[in-house]
Design a protein around this ligand. Structure first.
Ligand SMILES: [Zn+2]
Ligand SMILES: [Zn+2]
Length: 137
């Protein structure tokens, strides 16, 4: 299970809903990043579980979901990864790996951000809410 937390800056009021580091569920994994261009935190998708090519071909025939794609060439956004087709009944998977990148533009300069860490706007320490904002698999 992955967990998304609300991080808040008590100095400038910046807020972000991110995992706060490396986190993984059953279908994908994320790394929280700081983007220097956006001056914001994002959860970058770093791993995505996709059916193997033969498993996907069998699944398409069985389900008539001929539109199902094996996997994206670049990392999907967190929301797209969350909403991705689940492929029920498929047993053989592989993991696609992506270099952490800003979901707004892959050209933005980023670095990994792990809690406890500083506010991307003002540099004060961000505070994490105790309870997760969202639990995802
Ligand atoms: Zn701040
Ligand atoms: Zn960015």
């Amino acid at each position: 299970m992955g967990r998304t937390y609300l991080f808040e800056c008590c100095r400038c009021g910046y807020r972000a809903n991110v995992s706060g580091g490396v986190d993984r569920g059953f279908r994908f994994a994320v790394q929280t990043i700081l983007c220097f261009e956006c001056k914001a935190l994002h959860d970058a998708v770093t791993e995505l579980k996709v059916p193997t090519a033969p498993a996907l071909a069998r699944w398409k025939l069985k389900t008539s979901r001929l539109d199902a794609a094996p996997g994206p060439a670049k990392a999907p956004t967190f929301q797209a990864a969350l909403n991705r087709l689940a492929f029920p009944g498929v047993r053989r998977f592989r993991w696609l790996r992506f270099k952490p990148a800003c979901p707004v533009s892959a050209r933005h300069r980023i670095r990994d951000w792990n809690q406890p860490g500083k506010c991307p706007k003002c540099g004060a320490l961000l505070e994490r809410n105790a309870l997760p904002f969202r639990i995802w698999d």
